[in-house]
Design a protein. Sequence first.
Length: 359
Amino acid sequence: RAYNFNAGPAALPLEVLERAQAEFVDFRESGMSIMEMSHRSDIYESVHNEAQNRLLGLLGNPSGYKVLFVQGGASTQFAMIPMNFAQEGKQANYVKTGSWANKAIKEAKLLGQVHIAASTEQEQYMRVPELSELQLSEQPAYLHMTSNETIEGTQFKQFPDTGSVPLICDMSSDILSRPFDLNAFSMVYAGAQKNLGPSGVTVLLVREEIIESSPSHLPTMLRYDTHSGNNSLYNTPPSFGIYMINEVLKWIEEHGGLQGVEAMNRKKAALIYNAIDSSEGFYRGCVAAGSRSDMNVTFRLGSEELEKAFAKASEQEGFIGLKGHRSVGGMRASIYNAVPYESCKALVEFMHDFKAKNQ
Ligand code: PLP
């Protein structure tokens, strides 16, 4: 297996791929693949419902939430959220933490009034704001946050208590990497392709009471109540992706649930950050202590030439996806749930060797 540090689509657990391979052609003795099955069949629906129940189970079965599976990526949610929840005379509040928050803000501005509750733009987004820096507008429709900025490599370690103001969070790049209290959120959403499964499914966890507030003029597919009222089966769902999510959720259960994966993730991140911090300046972490992401480790070397040489040498040694996003440069190791500790150990050994040869 490759040492896969891709930012997304990203590594899936080998056990999940092998299980899927074993039942790929003949699913549960039906004589067909799950991909070939009607989404109205009992077998498919049981997988669909199993995935929803498993996800809520991993989050401690909080009451009053629906799990929805939709398409269009997290990017479509950037528009659907203001379409469904922005209100006349109220402001959509956003925390401006980097590239993905900015994409969400851009859509919200097309659709209504936006208030920036906090921003770290002045610091090139190299930290997340303290919760005490958040300043909501007078009449907030909701507050939107990005828990993990995949490109910059920052991550919130805590979330605010917004009282009666709905808190909505894009968790695309760190969902299920650690426990979180779903009760603090009115909606959490994530494109599946980092921690949950293959691309093509977007997972939403939505509090039932806010689903009912969609304005009546919205087109059918862009309303949350359509998907909620039809158990995400209004139209043909991305059935293979949902099946894979169910398998990934089983894998998380088998690895100690969210506490178990968090412990693994912390160990992996600490190993790489330690290699950066103990390199006497050869590698430099981009992000302020306290805001460093356990999912996307971003770092720089002394010059762009050296970074290019690092990227090239790492590829030659079988490391995939270490080049930083084109918008920010530098290096990035994405170490989602499915990236094994052994891959991180191999990366750290490569970093030591590269330093010894190039300092
Ligand atoms: N939000 C975050 C934090 C992301 O990392 C990404 C994708 O990388 C997106 C949103 C966009 O997701 P999608 O490609 O599913 O639209």
